[in-house]
Design a binder for this molecule. Structure first.
Ligand SMILES: [Zn+2]
Length: 161
């Protein structure tokens, strides 16, 4: 089982490189990512979170499940929606459970990328799926959800992490 990296690990702050080889190794990596995510009841997991600095993520949220490789995100509806958000890589130091805070995210997005067989994928999302895509794409750029919080909110989270 791949270990999930926690805040403080430099890999989480490093912009990830594009995936290049669409081979068996990539397919195994995606399977490993799903396994690591499900083991901790996560709804999304990006490469850097298991120490793989590559542009891909997996998700399973609100009945929508999949993976995206080299995703590019476009905001369709910038109307900010505030909702609770947490991250497997930002756990409470004491309990090990993800820390949650209300995060403002765009209401609607489209992600375009590739699947494990290098076929083009395009998904338009709203609600929790749109939130998930923004959160996971941020991971690929070395960003964490605490970065988009108001400073005092971020400080509260970082104090416990
Ligand atoms: Zn996360």
């Amino acid at each position: 089982m791949r270990e999930i990296r926690a805040i403080g690990d430099p890999v989480l702050r490093t912009p990830a490189e594009p995936v290049e080889g669409f081979d068996r190794e990539l397919r195994k990596l995606i399977d490993d990512m799903f396994r690591a995510m499900y083991a901790v009841n996560g709804v999304g997991l990006a490469g850097p979170q298991i120490g793989v600095s590559r542009r891909l993520f997996v998700y399973d949220i609100s009945g929508r499940k999949g993976h995206l490789i080299n995703p590019v995100l476009t905001v369709d509806d910038p109307d900010p929606i505030l909702d609770e958000e947490g991250c497997l890589s930002v756990p409470d130091r004491q309990t090990g459970q993800p820390l949650y805070a209300p995060v403002a995210r765009a209401a609607g997005v489209t992600v375009e990328g590739l699947d494990r067989l290098e076929r083009p994928v395009r998904i338009t999302a709203r609600g929790s799926l749109a939130r998930c895509f923004q959160h996971e794409t941020d991971h690929l750029d070395g960003k964490l959800y605490v970065d988009v919080l108001p400073k005092n909110e971020a400080r509260k989270i970082l104090h416990k992490a």
